[in-house]
Design a protein around this ligand. Structure first.
Ligand SMILES: Nc1ncnc2c1ncn2[C@@H]1O[C@H](COP(=O)(O)OP(=O)(O)OP(=O)(O)O)[C@@H](O)[C@H]1O
Length: 305
């Protein structure tokens, strides 16, 4: 249903890994949790999953406190860790049945569930392999199968696309969409903004343990839409500025003219520049990662003040 992260702090000795982190993931929503390596994503996710305690603050999962009502709260969370470590010398199916026992599911029922879930995550035929022989991607799929045992309402995917092949990436993207349609709340962490672009409805940005911004994906896309036009000329002289000034605010860099706030009249511009040997022209595309660095830049400036 939903995950409410309420002002959590996490300290490791003198080091503060999280400061006053607050955000909500609503049902039917996929939220991207984006920050650089070491920003605090895994720390947050482990606190939500109930495997690590916050120094201060709380997380409410479908109304239950992860600090005070851990059992009820954790039951409603499916978690796929960044690096699932299954070094056990056991067969995947046996371990799955063992873990299902935690949810009060008996052996026969667990076998049925395994059949359904191993196939759903694309591990059919590999049930009898030993977990330690699974590849990293297979371990992620196995962790996913385990997270689906209790059919939770909320999901945490920690850097789940990292290191996956294109088919695996597609699989997790489709899965996020399916979970969303089922009205689940999904938190998807990544250090690459463009990785969550086609999955997330909203992005929460974390930097150095603090939430610096939350933005709907469509706002992020608007943010990067630039109205700058670029023309590369064979030669450039000082008169050219006067010509292009009619079309916006020009800035010259080598043989390239960037025209900001371009008025859109391309044929007029071409005609006016016909003596200048146009080599290339086109709209300047905004880069998604730039948004992230712009936000971090703003953050660094305010922390200096
Ligand atoms: N057990 C620990 N003891 C001390 N410091 C820790 C511990 N776990 C994490 N940290 C520190 O807390 C900070 C946040 O780490 P975290 O793993 O949450 O980052 P992250 O955003 O998930 O990064 P990545 O993208 O690299 O996984 C880092 O500076 C890390 O070194």
């Amino acid at each position: 249903m939903m995950i409410e992260v309420l002002y959590i702090w996490k300290k490791y000795g003198n080091f503060t890994a999280l400061q006053d982190v607050r955000f909500t993931v609503y049902n039917g929503e996929v939220v991207g949790y984006v920050g650089l390596n070491g920003a605090g994503k895994t720390t947050t996710i482990e606190i939500i999953a109930g495997v690590s305690y916050p120094t201060r603050g709380d997380v409410i999962i479908d109304g239950y406190s992860i600090v005070k009502e851990k059992k009820e709260a954790a039951k409603n969370v499916g978690w796929v860790p960044e690096l699932p470590i299954f070094e056990q010398d056991v067969r995947a199916l046996d371990y799955f049945i063992y873990l299902a026992g935690y949810y009060g599911i008996d052996k026969e029922e667990a076998k049925k569930k395994a059949e359904e879930l191993f196939s759903l995550v694309g591990l059919q035929g590999r049930e009898k392999d030993k977990l330690k022989n699974y590849s990293q991607g297979m371990k992620k799929r196995f962790a996913l199968a385990v997270s689906l045992i209790s059919d939770p309402n909320n999901f945490l995917f920690d850097e789940v696309l990292n290191g996956l092949d294109p088919e695996g990436i597609m699989f997790f993207r489709d899965l996020a969409v399916k979970l969303k349609r089922k009205n689940k709340a999904v938190l998807f962490s990544s250090h690459i903004l463009s990785e969550v672009e086609n999955i997330a409805d909203r992005v929460v940005f974390i930097h150095k343990g603090r939430i610096i911004r939350q933005m709907p994906m469509r706002e992020i896309r608007n943010f990067i839409k630039t109205n700058t036009f670029r023309v590369v000329l064979g030669r450039i002289d000082k008169d050219v500025i006067k010509i292009v000034e009619k079309y916006g605010n020009p800035r010259i860099q080598g043989n390239t003219i960037f025209i900001e706030n371009f008025d859109g009249n391309i044929s007029g511009l071409c005609a006016d520049l016909s003596n200048y040997d146009i080599i290339e022209m086109g709209k300047v595309k905004g880069n998604l990662e730039e948004v992230f660095f712009r936000l971090i830049g703003e953050q660094n400036e305010t922390s200096i003040l």
